[in-house]
Ligand binder design. Sequence first.
Ligand SMILES: [Zn+2]
Length: 363
Amino acid sequence: MKKCLLAILGMALMVVSCQKETPNDLQQSAQEVEVDMSDFYLYTDDVSPFTSKNGTKYCATMRVLNEKLRKNPGLEQRMYNIEKNSRKWMAAKKPDKAGGGNGNGNGGGENPPPPPEDDGLGVINIPVVVHVIYNVNNPQENISDAQIASQIQILNDDFNAQNSDVSGVPAEFADLVADSDFSFNLVQTIRKSSTKTSWGTNDAMKRSSSGGSDPVDPQNKLNIWVCNIGGGILGYAQFPGGSPDTDGVVVGPQFFGDTGYVQSPFDQGRTTTHEVGHWVNLRHIWGDGRCRQDDFVADTPTSDGPNYGCPSYPTVNCRSNDMTMNYMDYVDDGCMYMFSEGQKSRMRSIFASGGPRNSFLAL
Ligand SMILES: [Zn+2]
């Protein structure tokens, strides 16, 4: 009996794999794929200092996640389910896509690059709402429309490999540079003054009841709060799976865009690129742990911690060259300029059927 069932299942799988895959087929086959979840983790030792040292980068995303996991018992299971759905979707589209999403990065150029991967999702449109919350005594924090526009442009450049500095990617990683097919579009700017000088990381800026600004339609829009966080923190994001009431990213005004009230060396808009990376479920490139703890992306080399400043190439950790120029590291804005193909697959997977941001596809 069991053999019979297996045979029928096998034939069904063959039928699916022989036809041209549509998104529905992909989803159907994704349901049938078994994936290994044994390496999945959520809680991390936050290896970063609580506050940044002078001039170093600090993103509070993982520390905020640890706090949210402690306070919200359902979050761990939701994030596990999201991860599993993503892995199934990525595994289902892997066969007959040799090299796609997992290139070896030989950079030799002897073979033509594989054709662009069609995952059936098309260009993903992300409407953006920016909440500018400024201190009444520091009008500089009420950043200009031009500064906001510069950040939207940077998001579009960085997520689509249109950034001018992408040419700096070393040959070892050149084949892995990803054009992720996202389109960010500013749809609303909300400005609010406050007597607060810093907001911390408890999401107060996301609630009008605590002097902040409520998110606008978070199921269908990316909400970005621009306000001073304090403690040397440049920004933080909420991963998919968290509460819609706090969904989005927070960035300090000096680290938003590349014109106006910006502060070197984080004055090229890459803090927001990094935080939006988390919002689409990317982990830090070193995996927030030592060599054996992964970022769940196959084509990013393992590392044992963040890089800072502007590292020279090659920077070797865990017996391989770090991809220090990846947006999900901690280097200065001018020294990060790529997402990888593996990160692209991971980001896009959350927009697939069953994924936590699938509703954006209808926009
Ligand atoms: Zn981060």
